[in-house]
Design a protein around this ligand. Structure first.
Ligand SMILES: *Cc1c(COP(=O)(O)O)cnc(C)c1O
Length: 459
């Protein structure tokens, strides 16, 4: 059999390789796809042979595996067994069933995204959630954009921008992660940053002096930023949103997570949208896919004048939310009308609130399916993640894979499985945390883990 393009290689062990076209013809796939899969399978085999591998191999079967891998979408469903509820790398909040249904419905056909069905005139996409947001938070007006970062950028540009200044405490010049740094965001909004206070302590008087400084133009806004992903402790002081709103400058309050839920102990004193709105902030900004538990989105709530300024700013178009996210957001927000239903049906809230009985049941089902030789139940600590509630420790049972298995090797095998299962390594052991597993995922995880342990030699 011919060996195309292999002139430079030692041909001795390679002479058995078929031509690409011959192997491609054995695959039931469109020509270009079959050729690509055949070429990859032959390449793999050639490298294996050169590495000294011997023994028979079914190349057609190998090419079919390659073909299946090529056909797999890049963005795939994975199972989160990390116990980190809002894992940014894993897409943050899983959506409630009602939101998933709303997305499917909006995606199926046309929608009244920007059409007023009553008058037939052009409508606003914000109208689909503005009523709900007003009802749930008491805000006078509201709009939504692509994400939390966009909400802060737009708020700063709309209330200041054009070289006007924004006052920020030095304790709040934070980095949220992934390139979101408050000084950079203010610069990008076209505003000038006026820093007040110190890293650990900022007092009301610091803001007052910045506002009344006769040498400078009066600031256009005060920006307050929640310390989402860290805490300062010890000799610290900051100024409440109520006190800031008592000053004579509009306040932008970036609360980060957007807590709407009530009656959840785990939420601690994470700032609620309701409180900032009630304090009188001109614009309150937050994410849609953190503790709110909805899709990626950025919420802006506040006075009618401030929201109008944000809506009519040229950046609003560039930052606007798409219809699928909007559908998911409307459905998620609607669940909050019944607080008990929200806690039950919004996965992020249900995971934060999961009781010991529920967690133990899932951990035991998983552990007994994997077996005592490969696993045991241990006590572990799950986290909120996503840059929220950094100190919150959610104690509960987890399944630890036996130390006989190399944790990195098992984690790698689980990531390569279908579906990929993502665990976390803690003190040299791979843990699978039931808190972030849906009930119906437990059997699937047990199957994937059992297969992976079978193929991973104990090390
Ligand atoms: C998360 C966060 C943001 C950014 O929100 P995204 O939705 O991730 O863009 C901005 N500010 C604060 C305080 C945050 O916690």
């Amino acid at each position: 059999m011919g060996l195309r393009g292999d002139a430079g290689l030692s041909a001795e062990p390679l002479t058995g390789l078929p031509p690409v076209n011959e192997l491609a013809a054995a695959l039931d796939a469109p020509h270009a796809e079959a050729v690509a899969a055949a070429r990859r399978a032959i390449d793999q085999r050639r490298r294996a042979l050169l590495a000294g591998e011997t023994g028979p191999v079914d190349l057609v079967a190998a090419a079919r595996v390659v073909l299946a891998q090529m056909r797999r979408p890049s963005l795939r469903r994975v199972i989160n067994a990390t116990g980190v509820i809002l894992h940014t790398n894993l897409g943050r909040a899983p959506l409630p069933a009602a939101a998933r249904a709303a997305v499917a419905h909006a995606a199926e056909g046309y929608s009244n995204l920007e059409l007023d069905l009553e008058t037939g005139a052009r409508g606003s996409r914000h109208a689909h959630v503005e009523g709900l947001l007003r009802e749930l938070t008491g805000a006078e007006s509201a709009m939504v954009v692509n994400n939390g970062a966009a909400a802060v950028l737009l708020a700063a540009a709309a209330l200041a921008g054009a070289g006007r200044s924004i006052v920020v405490s030095r304790g709040q010049l934070v980095e949220i992660g992934g390139g979101f740094r408050i000084p950079d965001v203010i610069a990008q909004s076209g505003s000038r940053l006026v820093e007040v206070g110190t890293t650990n302590r900022t007092q009301l008087g610091d803001y007052e002096r910045a506002i009344e400084d006769q040498e400078r133009a009066r600031p256009a806004a005060i920006l307050r930023v929640h310390q989402s992903n860290f805490r300062t402790v010890g000799f610290v002081a900051d100024v409440s949103v109520e006190q800031l709103c008592g000053l004579s400058v509009p306040v932008i309050d970036d609360v980060g997570s957007g807590v709407v839920a009530q009656g959840l102990v785990a939420l601690g004193n994470e700032p609620s949208l309701h409180r900032s709105v009630a304090a009188g902030a001109a614009l309150v900004c937050c994410s849609g896919d953190k503790l709110l538990g909805g899709p990626q989105a950025g919420l802006l709530l506040g006075s009618a004048a401030a929201v109008t300024a944000a809506r009519s700013h040229p950046l609003a178009r560039a930052l606007r939310i798409d219809k699928l996210s909007l559908a998911a957001l409307e459905a998620t927000l609607a669940l909050y009308r019944d607080p008990a239903r929200a806690r039950r049906e919004i996965p992020v809230l249900a995971m934060l609130d999961a009781g010991d009985r529920n967690l133990t049941r899932k951990a035991q089902a998983l552990q007994s399916a994997i077996g005592d030789a490969g696993s045991e139940i241990v006590q572990a600590t799950a986290k909120a993640g996503g840059g929220a509630l950094p100190l919150l420790e959610l104690h509960g049972p987890a399944v630890a894979i036996s130390e006989r298995f190399d944790p990195v090797a098992v984690a790698t095998a689980l990531r390569a499985s279908d579906p990929p299962v993502i665990g976390r390594i803690h003190h040299g052991r791979l843990l699978l945390d039931p808190r972030t597993l849906a009930d119906h995922e437990v059997d699937l995880v047990a199957r994937v883990v059992t297969d992976a342990l079978h193929s991973a030699a104990p090390g």
